[in-house]
Design a binder for this molecule. Structure first.
Ligand code: GUN
Length: 288
């Protein structure tokens, strides 16, 4: 293996430690940051993600509460709860765990969350601010990737970056963030005819395709930085990313593992967004 690992577990511990200090300072000033998570249905992966988020809150001294709905709940029940949480002075972050059951309109629900409490960064106000380069609560996974690149001292300006995936959660926002930092960005998707054509010239490759093995070492430029966003459960029960790790690690200079890579950073950024939201909401209330 030529590449060295980018250790998401260690970096996320570092971030959570910083958040613990900041949350304690806010709490001492009378504002304990609080996160409300909404979990609808019984998707096993969502259960695990929400449990990890709740644990991270505990680690950082952030208040957390979990609101559960049965999978056959109505849209108005969820929207009523969000309205109550929007007005709750002890809650600074509201998270609706995705995906939602089919009868629910995801956008209608997400767009009910007050942008100041939208710690997932999925509201149109926050996504629009990301496009325009304004201050925003940004989506957690792309924010986690940028934090990894920055803290590992990986140069972005002037580099060629390829993003595989065009989702609102990862692909589009990470492309915008890399553009803002001066990278030349190409966004590929599942219909891209020759992925290797693009990946083989990239200095930074972000893979968020949701499909194991879409990128392997033969498709990479020597010395590339590889960020694997995928989490796939293989038939043998093991977790794997979207990148064929062994062949990619033989060619890349830096690579994120799965698990222990990007996923850990996503959770840490959720806590960071919650602490920042608490600080901003308190400052706005004080200025009134
Ligand atoms: N499901 C998969 N990723 C995410 C995420 O970042 N936030 C939420 N709320 N749900 C998700």
């Amino acid at each position: 293996m030529a590449a060295s690992l980018i250790d998401g577990a260690a970096l996320s511990r570092q971030v959570l430690g910083e958040m613990r200090t900041q949350a304690a300072a806010l709490s001492a000033a009378g504002v304990r940051p609080g996160l409300a998570a909404i979990l609808i249905g019984a998707d096993p992966a969502s259960e695990i993600y929400v449990r990890n988020k709740t644990r991270a809150c505990e680690e950082a001294g952030v208040h957390s509460e979990l609101h559960r709905f049965a999978s056959d709940c109505s849209e108005s029940e969820v929207i009523d709860l969000i309205a109550r949480l929007n007005a709750d002075i002890n809650i600074h972050g509201i998270l609706v765990q995705l995906p939602l059951p089919r009868q629910l309109n995801t956008q209608r629900i997400l767009q009910t969350v007050r942008p100041e409490k939208d710690v997932d960064g999925f509201s149109w106000v926050n996504l629009g601010a990301l496009v325009a380069g304004g201050p925003a609560l940004a989506p957690c996974t792309p924010l986690g990737i940028m934090t990894m690149l920055e803290r590992e001292g990986i140069e972005i300006e002037g580099r060629d970056a390829v993003v595989i995936g065009r989702s609102v959660i990862v692909g589009k926002p990470i492309a915008l963030m890399l553009i803002a930092r001066g990278a030349t960005v190409t966004v590929c998707n599942s219909k891209t005819r020759d992925l290797g054509l693009y990946t083989s010239r990239a200095d930074i490759v972000v893979v968020a395709a949701g499909k194991p093995g879409v990128v392997n070492g033969a498709m990479l430029k020597r010395g590339a930085v590889v960020i694997d966003v995928g989490i796939n459960r293989l038939p043998n029960g093991k977790l794997a990313g979207d990148v064929d790790f062994d062949s990619a690690a033989a060619v890349a200079s830096r690579i994120t593992p799965v698990p222990g890579g990007v996923g850990r950073m996503t959770v840490a950024m959720l806590i960071s967004n919650t602490v920042n939201a608490a600080r901003q909401i308190a400052a706005a209330a004080g200025a009134r």
